[in-house]
Structures are given as structure tokens and as C-alpha cells.
Design a protein around this ligand. Structure first.
Ligand code: SF4
Ligand code: SF4
Length: 364
């Protein structure tokens, strides 16, 4: 377990209105910056700066989450859609997502919410009109819609950690399970925080090539991702892995074989691996959808490597939120009555909102 101090957020009363919530795993450094240790970016931020994910801001030396309770998307489906196959099969799960991500994938389908820069800017300036959704409201909505679980997905949930943990606590109290769908770019310390709160971890292995990771995240390498996955497995989470096979980017059968061998040797031959189909998006709009026969060839390679639970998704891409209904539909209420956010209710930010200086002025 890590020695880095965490700012506690779960022992307090849960916020009932929008406010900046101190982030977990922040550490004041001698040079006057405060470091976020939630993901391996480990952003070092000065007053007014925001992290790479854009969702965390340094306000007078303390890091705050801008998007606690701000839900970008909700959807309901079976747990197999996450994809998770070996945990409570056939049960219904409510998927929820926030704004902001630690990666900038060139083929991301969720740009508006995963990067979420426009909405995060509005939150930082005190101009957002998003609804604020309490952890209790999310769980009540899930139960009302007959769900047995809640999944955090559509972008990397670690940037939303404080909300994720609070929702998990309420969900467990009410007998729901919890799923965390991850890009696997998460520190050991953050995984330690999730123990006991998250039941299932569905994690990406996007490629076995460092060059692939460098193209979507300057700080990421294959070793970071695999290390995070192996550590999560050692902590006892139910772990399943997923690879979205993208033509010309990660579709080499040698790449598939290396991933399969790694899963066999580090997570076990029976560890479930999901092979999903890429559909063109954003900067990869010029690429074709993954040929279905390629997915089945990849499955063959994985089985030849000894994996016994390989699943092919020939008609479904990675977990996307592109066609979701408005959040208010699931909350059974109008956005206005859920409490549309204008400004943080804390007094520290003044009238101008919290944004003073953006991360892109220089990497901390
Ligand atoms: S990208 Fe966000 S979550 Fe990751 S270290 Fe930076 S501020 Fe923290
Ligand atoms: S594909 Fe996933 S990890 Fe990549 S930017 Fe989109 S939400 Fe983030």
C-alpha cells in the first residue's frame, strides 16, 4: 500500500449541491506545487492550473474536482455490454460517465464527454447549466430502472474518483454491485483507494506497443498499463480485459499474440479477454471498421496461446455513449428541478469561477 496521504472524502456528509470537492491522493511538494497521484500523469499544479484531464484544479494549494456530481451520460443495459462476462451474467447495469479523460485517443467515440473540455471550462468559469446529481439520486435511479449494478464508464473514471467512491458506498449499502471500466492508466495508490468499493474492473490493453500509447498519451507506455492491471488483479478485483482492434494500428497478429501471452502469464489462462470491433471516428475516420474475419483470426491466436475465455464482438464496438438519452430521462425529473449548476456553492472561488490558468500553458 502507498504512503502518500489521501484527502478523505467519504467520511463527510455527501454534497447535496454542486461544489468543488477536494481530490484524493494529493501531495504538497516543496516547490510550491501540489501533485495529483491518481493517474501516472502525476500532474504538478500551481494555484489556478488544471490537470491534463482538465477536471482537477489547484485552488490556493489544494486540488479540487470540478466535476463531482456532473454526469455526462447514463445508459442501461446488460453487464455483458461493458464487456464483462464472468460476473453476475444477465444482470442489468446502469452505466454512468462524467467529463474528462487521462488519454486523448485519436479514435475516441466519446470526445464531447470523454475529453469534455467545453463543459469543464464552463464548470471552471461558473457558467455550467448541467444538472448536479447526488450519489443517492444515481443509485435510486438505478434501482428504479431494475438494475443490479452501476458501471463507471465512457471515459477513465479515475478523474472522477471522489464521486465514484461516494456512489459506490451508497450502491453497496443498497445491495448493488459496481463496475469500473478503465483505460488501465491508474496508479497503485488509486487502485488501493478502490479496494472494497469497486467489485469489477474491466480494463483495456489497447496495444503491446509503446508507440501506440505514446500517440494517445505522452506519458503512457505499455509497462504502466500492464503494471496497473497486474496490481489490480493482485488486490483481488474481479478483472476482465478488453482490446479494441483497430485496422493498421494494433491489428498485427504478433501484437495480439503478445497480449494473449501476457494475460495468460499474469492474469491466468481463464482470465476473460474481450476483442471488440473498431468503428471509424474522429481522427481515425478514414480507417475502415475492423473486418469481422480479423476478429476471429485474433480469437484463434488467443486460444492458441492458451486463453480459454476469449469473446469476440463482431457487431459492437467499445463502450460508447454516442446515442444516449439525456441524463434527466433516467433521473425521472427535469434538469431544472435536479438543480442546474451555475456556480460552486463554496465561497472560495469568487464571482469569476475557478479558472485562472490552463494546463496547456506548460506541462507542470
Ligand atoms: S491527468 Fe488528472 S487525474 Fe491524472 S494526474 Fe493529472 S490531474 Fe490527476
Ligand atoms: S477511447 Fe477511452 S481512454 Fe481513449 S480518450 Fe476516449 S474515453 Fe479516454
Amino acid at each position: 500500500m502507498s504512503n502518500i496521504p489521501a484527502v478523505e472524502t467519504t467520511s463527510r456528509e455527501l454534497p447535496s449541491t454542486y461544489q468543488l470537492v477536494p481530490t484524493r491522493l494529493q501531495e504538497k511538494l516543496d516547490d510550491g506545487t501540489t501533485r495529483c497521484n491518481l493517474c501516472p500523469w502525476r500532474c504538478r499544479l500551481r494555484h489556478g492550473q488544471r490537470g491534463f484531464c482538465q477536471a482537477h484544479v489547484n485552488r490556493n494549494g489544494t486540488l479540487y474536482n470540478l466535476s463531482y456530481g456532473i454526469v455526462s451520460s447514463i445508459d442501461i443495459g446488460v453487464i455483458e455490454d461493458k464487456p464483462v462476462r464472468h460476473y453476475q451474467p444477465g444482470t442489468k447495469v446502469m452505466s454512468v460517465g462524467g467529463y474528462g479523460c487521462s488519454f486523448r485517443c485519436t479514435g475516441c467515440h466519446n470526445l464531447e464527454i470523454s475529453w469534455g473540455e467545453a463543459e469543464l471550462d464552463r464548470l471552471a468559469r461558473g457558467r455550467s447549466t448541467q444538472p448536479f446529481v447526488t450519489p443517492e439520486s444515481i443509485v435510486e435511479a438505478a434501482i428504479r430502472h431494475g438494475c443490479q449494478g452501476i458501471a463507471f464508464t465512457y471515459s477513465e473514471p479515475v478523474i472522477w474518483m471522489e464521486y465514484v467512491l461516494d456512489v459506490c458506498a451508497v450502491a453497496h449499502d443498497k445491495g448493488l454491485y459496481t463496475v469500473y471500466v478503465s483505460n488501465s492508466f491508474v496508479t497503485h495508490e488509486a487502485l488501493d483507494c478502490l479496494v472494497g468499493s469497486v467489485d469489477v474492473l474491466c480494463s483495456d490493453i489497447k496495444s503491446m506497443e509503446d508507440s501506440f500509447y505514446k500517440s494517445i498519451c505522452g506519458k503512457a507506455g505499455v509497462a504502466d498499463v500492464l503494471d496497473s492491471l497486474e496490481y489490480a488483479d493482485s488486490l483481488g478485483f474481479h478483472v476482465e480485459t478488453r482490446t479494441n482492434i483497430i485496422p493498421t494500428r494494433n491489428d498485427g497478429l504478433d501484437n495480439i499474440a503478445r497480449a494473449a501471452h501476457w494475460i495468460r502469464d499474469h492474469l491466468g489462462a481463464d482470465s476473460p479477454w474481450h476483442l471488440t470491433r473498431f468503428f471509424p471516428a474522429y481522427q481515425l475516420s478514414h480507417l475502415p471498421a475492423t473486418p469481422v474475419d480479423l476478429l476471429y483470426r485474433a480469437e484463434k491466436v488467443a486460444r492458441a496461446a492458451g486463453l480459454t475465455n476469449v469473446y469476440v464482438y463482431a457487431d459492437q464496438g467499445c463502450d460508447c455513449a454516442t446515442e444516449n438519452l439525456p441524463v434527466s430521462v433516467f433521473l425521472d425529473d427535469s434538469v431544472e428541478s435536479i438543480s442546474a449548476v451555475k456556480k460552486c456553492t463554496a465561497s472560495c472561488c469568487g464571482d469569476e469561477g475557478v479558472l485562472l490558468k490552463k494546463y496547456e500553458e506548460g506541462r507542470p
